[in-house]
Design a protein around this ligand. Structure first.
Ligand SMILES: Nc1ncnc2c1ncn2[C@@H]1O[C@H](COP(=O)(O)OP(=O)(O)OP(=O)(O)O)[C@@H](O)[C@H]1O
Ligand SMILES: [Mg+2]
Length: 221
């Protein structure tokens, strides 16, 4: 939940008390996809119903966003406005919630989402735009726990190169530095608004990050 929308979010959370929504956040290359799937697999082995998902989602709006992020639908000679992405991500989030996340929570699953509205706030919400992005996301469910995998932008960039990944929009180093600073502000703002967020050292080896995630998640299970 975002500041100013507390009542609505509490009501929605109380409808399905068994399900748990855990969000992993971080820069491109922070390790969110790796760790989201690894957490899902550890929970499943232990017999806990779990579901791993991502944003942009695999629904229709999410697919459109993915196409745009790799340069599809480009406007010749122009960049697509960040506000357009802000709107699309907010629409995808509600669709994702209704189509995929809420049904899984209703069956009691631990839903692990690779990104949520914190990404919108950090990526699209630079400067004065953040209040508007916050408004757009007022109906998005508040996670039970969000884990920010903190890595330096340079380390994240090295990992993306090592993984042989083509550069998407938003992935240049200057932008990633702004996003990293944005995440720190967003964590402070949302924590002050009562949201449960833990910052983990994403530069540790994979197993150490996984252990820190398990320790953070354990009280919810
Ligand atoms: N703790 C770690 N130590 C070393 N390498 C890591 C670590 N975590 C992830 N990696 C590696 O970094 C690369 C990026 O990881 P991953 O795809 O999980 O990042 P991501 O945060 O999902 O990135 P994106 O946002 O671009 O999808 C992968 O090759 C992965 O194996
Ligand atoms: Mg990823």
């Amino acid at each position: 939940m975002l500041p100013g929308s507390r009542g609505a979010m509490t009501d929605s959370n109380s409808r399905d008390p068994r399900g748990v929504l855990i969000v992993l956040e971080g820069l491109d290359g922070a390790g969110t996809t790796t760790q989201a799937h690894a957490l899902h697999d550890r929970l499943t082995v232990r017999g806990r119903a779990a579901h791993v998902t991502r944003e942009p989602s695999d629904g229709p709006v999410g697919r459109l966003i993915r196409e745009m992020l790799v340069g599809g639908h480009a406007i010749p000679g122009q960049k697509i406005d960040q506000a357009t992405f802000g709107l699309l991500f907010a629409a995808d989030r509600l669709d994702h919630l209704q189509r995929e996340v809420e049904p899984e929570l209703a069956r009691g699953a631990v839903v692990i989402s690779d990104r949520w509205y914190h990404s919108s706030l950090a990526y699209q919400g630079t400067g004065a735009e953040r209040a508007w992005i916050r408004d757009l996301n007022q109906r998005a469910r508040r996670p039970d726990l969000t884990l920010l995998l903190r890595v330096h932008p340079e380390i994240a960039a090295k990992r993306r190169v090592a993984a042989g990944r083509a550069q998407e929009l938003f992935e240049d180093l200057a932008m990633q530095r702004r996003v990293a600073a944005g995440y720190e502000e967003v964590v402070a703002e949302l924590t002050a608004a009562g949201e449960r967020i833990e910052v983990l050292d994403g530069e540790q080896p994979l197993d150490a990050v996984a252990a820190a995630i398990d320790a953070a998640v354990a009280p919810l299970l």
